[in-house]
Structure formats: C-alpha cells, structure tokens
Design a protein around this ligand. Structure first.
Ligand code: ADP
Ligand code: GLC
Length: 494
C-alpha cells in the first residue's frame, strides 16, 4: 500500500470494482480520468479492496503496457446475431490498486481513445459486457460495481438481466454521472444489435427515447441500484429542464436513488511542496515569494512580458461550449485592455482554438494560447498564475478550481454545479471567501467578476494574499467524499 494511514474497520473486506472508459495515468482526456485514479486510492486507504477495469487502448503508453500481465482470455457472445468476440484480460498493480484492462484489438487498436459515436457505441457495449464476464472469469465477485458515465452505463443493465444468475449477479451497482451531456444515443437497431439485449428493455422506461432512438445512459440510470453525481448542486440541476439534457424527467422519476457527492483531488499528485514540475515548490509559509518565482518562470517559458506585478489569469480547459468560452470571447478585449496577462492551455473546438490564437497574435507578450494537452505545463500554470478562470455554462464538479485553490491560485467561477459547491464567494465587507463568482450566464457579469478580482489584487494585496492562503488550506482532498461513497456502498451491501 502506498499510504499507511489507518484503515476504517467497517470498510475492511468491502470489494469494489470501478468500471470506466479512462483512468490516469494510463489515459486521461478530462476529470473522469482523475477521479478513476484518485477515488480508488482513497477507498483503498479506507480499507476497501479495489479493482479498476478499463479498455486496453493502443494509446496507453508503452511503459505501462510493458508492466501488464496476461491473466487469461475467453470468447464472449455479444451481438443480436450471436457473433462472439475475444476478451483478453491484462493486469497490473499500482500502489495497491489492481487494474484490469479488457483487451480486444478490433475495438481498441485505434482512437484516442474516443472517435465518433457510431464506432464508440459498439466499443463500450462490448466493454460493459466483457467487464462483467471478466469478473466471473477471474472469480472476483465485488460487493459493489461502481460504473462511470455512459460508456459503462450498460453494466447495471447486463448485471440485472443476462448476468443475474451468474456469480457477479450478486453484486450491487452504482452509476456515477460525471457529465450528462454525453449519453450514448443511437438508433434502436444499432443498440439492439450490439448489446444483444432482449426487446423488453427497448421501452420508454429503459432505453427508448423516441420511435427511432435508444439511450445507453438512460437505461443504466433506470437499472442501477444507486445514482450519484459529482456535486450536490449538479444533482439538483440535472432534474431541471435547463441542465437535464433531456433526461430531467427520467432523473426526477429516479430521484430517490440519486445523490450528489463532490469530487476531491489527489493531494499527493497536486502537492505544491513536492511537485517536481515546479520551478519553485512551496507551502503556505513561502507561497508569496515562490509564486513570484513561478510566475516569472511561466512568463519566460511562454514568451510573456516578465513582470511580477501583472495579474496573470490562467485557463486550463477542454475548449468546448460547456466551459463558458463564448463569455470569455465576448469580453476578452476588455479584459486584455485592462493590462492583465492571460494564459490559455487547452484543446477542443476549432472555433475556440482559433479565437484564442487570434488574441495571442493581437496581444503579443500579454496573451498566450497554448493549444495542446500538456500535463507539465498545466502544473506550471496552476502554480504561476494568480487567478484561474472557470466560467462554465454547466459544471458537474470541476477539478481545475480545486487544483487552483490547492496551489494558492484564486478561482474566478460561475456559480453552477460543483463550482458553486466548492468556491465560496469573496465577501468584500468581511474579506472572507475563496474566489470571485457570478451567477447568471452573462458576459458582463463575468467581466464584473474579473474586475472585482483585479481591484483586490491591485488595490488590497493584503486581502488578496489572505485569500491565497485560505485557498491553500481548504480541504479539497478525497477523504471526506470517499467516506460518503463508502457509506453508500455499505448501505447497498446491507
Ligand atoms: P472536465 O472533466 O469537464 O474536462 P475537470 O475540471 O473535471 O473538467 O477536469 C479537467 C482535468 O483535465 C484537470 O485535471 C485539468 O488539469 C486537466 N486538463 C484539461 N485540459 C488540459 C490540458 N490542455 N492540458 C493538461 N491538462 C488539462
Ligand atoms: C466531467 C465534468 C467535470 C467533472 C469531471 C469528473 O468531465 O465535466 O465537471 O469534474 O467529470 O467528475
């Protein structure tokens, strides 16, 4: 075990299988990968036995592929016409957590890891069924199977149907919604073909959306024993029209089994004192001087004017509509004309990539648009920026504001989902709070929040520094939320 903290008695012997489509450090495209890494480790510290199951993608780095051991293989029927597919199980252990990779070259030899929905649907139908079959094959029967997002949403359905009289059928299931925008919707025929599931499931209460389409997430939400999502606010929001992505009535119907448990971050990885990627590592006692050094190094690395007195605002994000980038676009010129520096790290929609490239060329030495996925630069931006912008349209939890706070970087966020639950608004009368916030999805309100941050940064540095220290001291670890998951598992185990 990596960590020798004391284990909680009740958790001893609790066996949990995590099933999901990505997991750091093997493959990560967003926060799901972080959660699939950090929560199992937090549960392990509580005394659980944890296995993580994910596809054996070709794009997993060689250094991990070389550490995997072949556990076994078998053929599995999948489709409506009874085609059978190879299922290989590759395994490795990392700090006490066992990782099982479901291997099939036909499905996982290409993609990064996602391609388009048409191909992804067969990939994850196969993955969901193969994961359950692999648990039976390995004779490792968990108490709880914890499934993540639409890619694993078929697991609870298979569990209660085709697998109900097999050993793994004894397990209970939890399905966590990390992002309701992606649901795995396709034609009824396509899903029927690739799942081989019986006709009665293609009903409005399970998969069916309309006369032609079926929805994998919808079916999983109906069949799972418990639904969780990654913040309390988002749990409420998704039962409304605006945030429900068409599943609000379905979720409202199933609300008795829905709870919100806020994410944490792995504070061993996100530790500004031991972070090897930082030019000047730091703790609360030397944060102010170290942040000046990290800012200087960041400005030098990115070709910005080296000036410790400039407010540096970072943005680390997938560049998609979810993240509120149209608001930033609408007021970018005004923000830049205030003289602050802006650093953008992200990839995604061409529309946003190009907009940020344009601002970089318009404001040389003041704006940097780094259109890439780059872990090491992310660490340096979290440490070297003064503020981090997260003005999302919706945000189930959001991890970047948590990492930012841990690194003494003040978040500027919209009050939605997990952003609302984790960033207490700065109170100009008392000086309390963790960051600058705004409520409605309006560009003028975003601009106002940025300007309130500028005022405190330039006009009342003592107050700003107090926010920095308070943010670093805020508990953003997994420990409390891991406890809540454990309680949920215990209730299910009965
Ligand atoms: P989401 O899952 O919606 O993308 P989160 O805030 O939950 O948003 O998680 C995003 C994670 O991905 C964080 O760990 C963040 O640091 C990381 N990240 C996002 N974009 C990049 C990038 N371009 N380079 C490096 N890390 C990134
Ligand atoms: C999703 C959400 C994000 C959340 C992450 C991990 O990708 O967009 O808000 O933090 O999952 O749960």
């Amino acid at each position: 075990m990596a960590n020798n903290q004391e284990t909680v008695g009740g958790a001893k012997g609790m066996k949990v299988a995590f099933i999901g489509s990505e997991c750091y450090p093997f493959i990560k495209t967003g926060g799901l990968g972080d959660v699939m890494y950090a929560l199992p480790r937090a549960l392990l510290r509580q005394g659980c036995e944890v296995r993580v199951m994910m596809p054996c993608y070709r794009c997993i780095p060689e250094k991990y592929r070389n550490q995997m051991n072949y556990i076994g293989s078998f053929m599995m029927n999948l489709t409506q016409d009874g085609r059978s597919f190879y299922v290989g199980i590759m395994e490795m252990e990392l700090d006490g957590v066992t990782y099982d990779f479901i291997d099939n070259r036909e499905f996982y030899d290409w993609g990064n890891p996602y391609t388009g929905l048409w191909e992804d649907i067969p990939k994850y139908c196969y993955f969901s069924k193969a994961s359950l079959a692999a648990l039976n094959y390995m004779d490792w029967i968990p108490d709880v199977i914890h499934c993540h997002d639409w890619q694993a949403a078929l697991v609870p359905v298979y569990l209660r149907t085709l697998f109900s009289v097999t050993p793994v059928g004894a397990a209970r299931s939890v399905l966590t919604i990390h992002n309701l925008r992606f649901q795995g919707i396709c034609s009824i025929d396509h899903l029927k073909y690739w799942t081989g599931l019986p006709d009665f499931l293609f009903d409005y209460s399970v998969f069916k959306v309309n006369d032609c389409e079926a929805n994998m997430f919808k079916g999983g939400l109906a069949y799972t024993d418990r639904i969780t999502t990654v913040s309390e606010t988002y749990a409420g929001e998704i039962q409304t029209d605006f945030y429900g992505e068409g599943l609000n009535s379905h979720l409202w119907y199933h609300r008795a089994k829905l709870t919100g448990i806020v994410n944490g971050i792995d504070i061993d990885i996100w530790n500004s004192r031991t972070d090897k990627l930082l030019p000047a590592p730091y703790g609360t006692e030397d944060v102010l001087s170290a942040k000046r050094e990290n800012k200087k190094a960041l400005q030098e690395r990115l070709g910005l004017a080296v000036d410790e007195n400039k407010l540096v605002i970072g943005l680390i994000s997938r560049l998609t509509d979810q993240k509120g980038l149209d608001l930033i676009d609408a007021v970018f010129t005004q923000i830049a004309d205030d003289g602050v520096q802006v650093v953008i790290l992200g990839t995604g929609d061409a529309r946003y990539e190009n907009a940020f490239r344009y601002y970089e060329s318009t404001y040389p030495g003041q704006v940097c648009a780094y259109i890439k996925y780059d872990e090491s630069l992310a660490h340096q931006i979290y440490a070297g920026s003064d503020a981090l912008l997260v003005p999302s349209l919706f945000e189930p939890c959001g991890l970047t504001q948590l990492i930012a706070m841990r690194y003494g970087t003040v978040p500027i966020v919209r009050e939605t989902g997990g952003l609302k639950d984790t960033v207490e608004p700065y109170n100009e009368y008392t000086g309390e709070g963790n960051g600058f916030t705004f409520d409605q999805y309006r560009a003028d309100l975003l601009l106002d929040a940025v300007r309130r941050a500028e005022q405190v940064y330039y006009g009342n540095r003592a107050r700003w520094n107090a926010i920095v220290t308070r943010d670093m001291e805020k508990d953003v670890s997994w420990e409390h939320s891991a406890d809540l998951y454990l309680k949920l598992y215990e209730e299910l185990k009965g």
